[in-house]
Design a protein around this ligand. Structure first.
Ligand SMILES: Cc1cc2nc3c(=O)[nH]c(=O)nc-3n(C[C@H](O)[C@H](O)[C@H](O)COP(=O)(O)OP(=O)(O)OC[C@H]3O[C@@H](n4cnc5c(N)ncnc54)[C@H](O)[C@@H]3O)c2cc1C
Length: 462
């Protein structure tokens, strides 16, 4: 039987999920990945396997850098302080606690183990865990449920309503706090004027699909990407690492393959998993409508400052828990800023740090522009440390090291009130887009995964 060929550019979550699901459907899948790692922005690496130079270069290729560290980053590597740790490029927690991932793996007769957590809130002098007490739930849930279970017609109307207006409508109290914190953490945008109410509640529904709101894969993001890759290669698909696609071949308005160096790979479909803003470095823009090109080029990502803290000890009451915080009037776009401090990665069964050390991950939202401004970064670093100090007042005495990576493409495209993500289908026939840059439920990781599931459904062979 002749199998239909699909070339996939990129082994990020979008590319790998599409690759696995299309392999399952009988397609002949070939994935090309320019890095030596699987997973794209969701890659994990062993601290002992990388040099400081390669670490910095890796971050730079993903539009990241190390803003601060303690001790300095060269010393951390010279003294082999990362030996025994498994790190991502920066903070990861998966909304819906892996329910989206495991619904895909169920189709592949497999499953990924997760550490899962409810979410608490850090206050000035302590914390609430979980965020909502039983009394809060009684007061607030009827209002939230009305919004969460509104039909698509209401959601569409709410797409053009900013979160600033929605917050005003619900007045002060716990409901205000929920709307202000969750709308920011769901979208990774601080400015409520730019956040669409419809989008927030659609994404919130997606989070509720899990048993807990957030999760982290046991063994790191690599546990997910390796399983996808193993499924693809053990079922006849191919994954070429260290292989950059130079060009998407287009003939008579149809994608017909890719070019790698001086080699052509012909295919029936081409799936691009690259940042959508980079599409025209691979595909000649003359094949796309002018308006589409202009719109794609106008899209921006979201940013953040992350921090990894390695500690010698942690109060057992914090291990496995995740917390939000909000800081008001700090001078960032939108005024207030939201962040998270996460102890899921310090659970001994997360498998991420050597015994006797505890990894804490955290992040604070900012715009891509703010990640390039040292003064703002200093403020954001102060706020991360300040909130960790509320949870662990003496944490500095138990600190092994800290690394603060910045990222200006956390989500590939910021889904804001005035900018929608592009569709999975492109104007070029047989060329599809997957990843967190395109229209699919959820943000970040879930958006990338869900876009690939939608594509696999679209390409289901009769
Ligand atoms: C520091 C950081 C923290 C994050 N935190 C979270 C979080 O807490 N929760 C969450 O849900 N999301 C988070 N995200 C976002 C999440 O990682 C991404 O949404 C997701 O990994 C994107 O997957 P993707 O498949 O869309 O794209 P990518 O991961 O960008 O994959 C694209 C792949 O294409 C490859 N590629 C590009 N050009 C070429 C070419 N010419 N030829 C071959 N290969 C090519 C790239 O190397 C890459 O591997 C975070 C991201 C970062 C960077």
């Amino acid at each position: 039987m002749i199998r239909i060929k699909v070339d996939i550019i990129g082994a990020g979550i979008g590319g790998l999920t599409a690759g696995a699901l299309l392999t399952k459907q009988g397609y002949q899948v070939t994935i090309f990945e320019k890095e030596s790692y699987l997973g794209g922005r969701s890659l994990s690496f062993n601290g002992s396997d990388i040099s400081v130079e390669d670490y910095k270069k890796l971050l730079a290729r993903f539009r990241m850098n190390v803003a601060f560290s303690e001790p300095d980053i060269n010393t951390i590597f010279e003294k082999n302080m990362l030996d025994g740790y498994k790190l991502d490029l920066g903070y990861h927690a998966i909304g819906g606690a892996g329910s989206n991932i495991n619904s895909v793996f169920a189709e592949l007769d497999d499953n990924v183990d997760f550490v899962r957590s409810k979410v608490g809130q850090i206050k000035k002098d302590g914390f609430d865990f979980p965020f909502l007490s039983c009394i809060d739930k009684v007061k607030v849930f009827p209002k939230i449920f009305r919004l969460l279970f509104a039909g698509e017609k209401t959601m569409k109307r709410l797409d053009s309503v900013s979160m600033t207006e929605t917050v005003k409508q619900y007045g002060p109290g716990k409901m205000k706090e929920i709307l202000e914190v969750f709308s920011r953490s769901i979208t990774t945008v601080n400015n409520l004027d730019k956040i669409s109410t419809g989008e927030v509640f659609r994404a919130q529904k997606n989070l509720l699909s899990g048993s807990k709101p957030v999760g982290y894969p046991v063994g790191g993001m690599h546990s997910v990407t390796k399983k996808f890759a193993d499924y693809i290669t053990s079922n006849g698909g191919k994954i070429h690492l260290n292989t950059t696609v130079d060009k998407i071949l287009i003939k008579d308005g149809k994608a017909i393959g890719v070019v790698v160096g001086d080699k052509k790979y012909s295919s029936d479909f081409v799936v691009s998993n690259v940042l959508v803003q980079n599409l025209f470095s691979l595909a000649d823009e003359k094949y796309f409508p002018k308006e589409y090109v202009k719109y794609i080029k106008s899209l921006n990502g979201t940013g953040s400052l992350c921090a990894y803290y390695s500690l010698k000890k942690i109060d057992s009451g914090l291990v496995g828990k995740t917390f939000h915080f909000i800081e008001h009037d700090v001078g960032v776009d939108g005024g207030d800023v939201v962040g998270m401090i996460d102890f899921m990665t310090s659970s001994p069964n997360s498998g991420l740090s050597p015994s006797g050390s505890f990894l804490v991950q955290s992040y604070i939202i900012c715009t891509p522009g703010e990640t390039r401004d040292k003064k703002t970064l200093k403020t954001l670093r102060y706020l991360l440390d300040k909130n960790l100090k509320v949870l662990i007042p003496g944490y500095k005495q138990d600190l092994n090291w800290t690394i603060y990576p910045t990222v200006w493409h956390l989500d590939g495209v910021a889904k804001t009130i005035d900018k929608d993500k592009p569709d999975i289908t492109s104007p070029v026939e047989n060329l599809y887009l997957v990843g967190d840059c395109v229209k699919a439920p959820g943000i970040g990781f879930n958006c990338a995964l869900n876009s690939a599931s939608i594509l696999a459904d679209m390409l289901k062979q009769k």
